[in-house]
Design a protein around this ligand. Structure first.
Ligand code: ATP
Length: 454
């Protein structure tokens, strides 16, 4: 990349001479902002880190929770055909025998015989040589199981082996009968779960994109097999609607029909929703028609019937399933790359995280114009305390000058900055500054919450 900093990557204020460099630059800027401002830190950083793990700081955890809350609201709370569960992460190992994970949940591992670097054979160009040292002396490709193994109980032997779940889906399938017995929902219905999943990825990479510990938001939507096509379309449509609600532009979202040769043998249709990340077009989430594969496996392994008794009295059957599977980290990364924008304000470079207001970690910043004027500080404190009682996330900032406070607020995506100045003392109005336009308006304090809610 040329020496001069490129600005306006998203807004297009400057010419790009190398889109590849720009993308790398954008990713690096986002990672650096995430660390600097307390969104995402490297896991166990203080001890040199642990590859593939990430810790969420105060703003990151707020952003993540907001995204999960919106997902749950959209797919569960606002619908009458979805129920939620929260299953244990440690499950009886038979779960993974039934699902096939113990035998088939593996990636092709290849080792460079020169530097002993290990890579996923399907993710690198073997002919181009080792990505670390350039040598072309490869060992044999072997299958590497990605489940993390542990032992349950005080005795470490074969019988105590258990796995950290590599997906949340099986915690839903294993509770299918429980939920049907408790609720007897009408078919079709979905069971949703949000939670941690663990995969011993061969090469964790690209920030949180490929982590070893991550979070999934999954739905198993149980259907009558004769209706699979319409239900698939319905869930695909809902998925697009949700992605646009969290601010992802349709131009960056692409459907990839996974071809027969790459689909799991039991799946009749799989669509990967890909996103134009700065690292390239990559899978954001997947939707798969999994037929009755999982429930039938559980029947076989547990000896218990997984049938659904239709309410019209017709013959019981094992429902088929359509599974939308979202990765929280990839969604966060997509949202951040869209939100991250640079422009120039009064000739100065500005970074703004233009997050949709409903997922922004902090909604309001309250500030007295001057820190050393007690009359301004007292009024600002009153407003801050009042906003706090609404339950909305509010931040206080009285350090540095007002320009610096605005820059900091823009960088962490606060949509509204409320400033108490000398005019406030005369007419009970405050300045409200909008993050995206930087426009300022004066608002009566007593109308503040109404105006902000509008
Ligand atoms: P990939 O092909 O990228 O390895 P996958 O097809 O194995 O992904 P799924 O098993 O379908 O992924 O998991 C569903 C979703 O979980 C993915 O679309 C992604 O959003 C998320 N996910 C999977 N693996 C990881 C990971 N290692 N780190 C972060 N998110 C992940």
């Amino acid at each position: 990349m040329s020496g001069e900093r490129k600005t306006g990557l998203v807004l297009g204020f400057s010419e790009r001479d190398c889109s590849f460099c720009d993308k790398i630059f954008l990713m690096e800027e986002i990672i650096s902002l995430c660390k600097r401002r307390g969104f995402i830190y490297q896991g166990s950083e203080i001890y040199g880190g642990l590859a593939g793990t990430w810790d969420y700081g105060p703003l990151g955890v707020a952003l993540k929770r907001n995204i999960i809350r919106e997902w749950w609201k959209f797919f569960v709370d606002s619908r009458d055909d979805m129920l939620g569960v929260d299953a244990a992460i440690l499950m009886n190992p038979k779960t993974w025998v039934a699902s096939g994970h113990t035998t088939t949940f593996s990636d092709p591992l290849i080792e460079c015989e020169d530097c002993h670097g290990r890579f996923r054979a399907d993710k690198i160009d073997l002919d181009a040589g080792c990505p670390t040292c350039g040598a072309k002396t490869w060992g044999e490709i072997r299958q590497f199981n990605m489940m993390f193994e542990t032992n349950v109980g005080p005795v470490r032997d074969e019988d105590s082996v258990a796995y950290l779940r590599p997906e949340t889906a099986q915690g839903i399938f294993t509770n299918f009968k429980n939920v049907v017995d408790s609720f007897y929902p009408d078919l079709p219905f979905g069971i949703a779960q949000v939670g941690k999943a663990f995969r011993n990825e061969i090469s964790p990479r690209d920030f949180v994109f490929r982590s070893r510990e991550f979070e999934q938001m999954e739905i198993e939507y149980f259907i009558d097999p004769t209706t699979w096509e319409e239900n698939f379309e319905k869930l695909l449509g809902l998925t697009h609607e949700f992605l646009s609600q969290v601010g992802l532009p349709t131009t960056k979202i692409h459907e990839l029909e996974v071809p027969d040769s790459e689909r799991a043998h039991y799946s009749k249709r799989t669509v990967d929703i890909e996103f134009d990340f700065p690292i390239g077009r990559e899978e954001l989430l997947g939707i798969a028609y999994r037929t009755d594969f999982d429930l039938k496996n559980i029947e076989r392994e547990s000896g218990k019937k997984m049938e659904y008794r239709p309410k019209d009295g017709s013959a019981p059957f094992v429902p088929h399933v359509i599974e939308p599977s979202f990765g929280v980290e990839r969604l966060i990364m997509a949202i951040l790359t869209v939100a991250y924008q640079e422009d120039k304000i009064d000739g100065e470079r500005r970074i703004a995280l233009k997050l949709p207001e409903h997922i922004a970690p902090i909604k309001y910043l309250v500030s007295p114009l001057l820190k050393n004027k007690p009359e301004l500080v007292t009024r600002a404190r009153e407003i801050y305390d009042n906003l706090k009682t609404t339950g909305e996330p509010v931040m206080w900032d009285d350090s540095g000058n007002i320009g610096k406070r605005y820059r900091r607020a823009d960088e962490i995506g606060i949509p509204h900055c409320i400033v108490v100045d000398f005019t406030t003392l005369e007419d009970d109005t405050v300045t409200v500054r909008d993050r995206d336009t930087t426009k300022q308006v004066r608002v009566k304090i007593k109308e503040l919450t109404n105006v902000l809610n509008d």
